[in-house]
Design a protein around this ligand. Structure first.
Ligand code: ADP
Length: 152
């Protein structure tokens, strides 16, 4: 039985925080599916194709990582991928409260799934896609917050 984990997110844009979680989780799983959730209610800042291209640029050559998109419930996507694990990152207690609700409801709807949490490394606790977007809107330099080679 393959150990497949889905890392769902908006990645709008991908940050060094996301990248760190994915790389640290790699030894635990046979495959990590990094999946951009298409949320019709949430308008993204960057178009889907651009977010996908960045993920592909960073992880496309890595064995054990697959990049894709999905619509609908994360647990339905996990089922379709035969994934037994959902990967998420925790920065703060606010993240924990938010993730606890989603993780427990996912577990009620799909008991076979386990959500695996990675504590953020200290240097990226304050790094978020939303702050990166704000800095970009005002013409700031975000290179230290996003993976090497990402250009805007
Ligand atoms: P979503 O819109 O689903 O919250 P994000 O792309 O913002 O998607 O985040 C995906 C996952 O990455 C979430 O579990 C989030 O908590 C985690 N994450 C975001 N930023 C960081 C960071 N700096 N360090 C560790 N994990 C992070």
């Amino acid at each position: 039985m393959q150990r497949i984990a889905v890392f769902p997110g908006s990645f709008d844009p991908i940050t060094r925080g996301h990248e760190s979680v994915i790389r640290r989780a790699l030894p635990l799983f046979d495959e990590i599916v990094v999946a951009i959730g298409e949320n019709s209610e949430k308008k993204s800042f960057f178009p889907l194709d651009r977010r996908l291209r960045w993920l592909d640029q960073i992880f496309g050559h890595e064995p054990g990582i697959r990049i894709t998109t999905y619509a609908g419930l994360t647990i339905d996507f996990c089922r379709s991928e035969n994934a037994g694990f959902i990967l998420r990152g925790l920065r703060t207690s606010a993240d924990f409260e938010f993730e606890r609700g989603i993780g427990q409801m996912n577990k009620m709807m799909y008991p076979e799934i386990e959500t695996v949490f990675f504590l953020c490394v200290p240097e990226y606790v304050s790094v978020s896609s939303s702050i990166v977007r704000d800095v970009l809107r005002h013409g700031g330099d975000v290179r230290q917050f996003v993976p090497e080679g990402i250009v805007f």
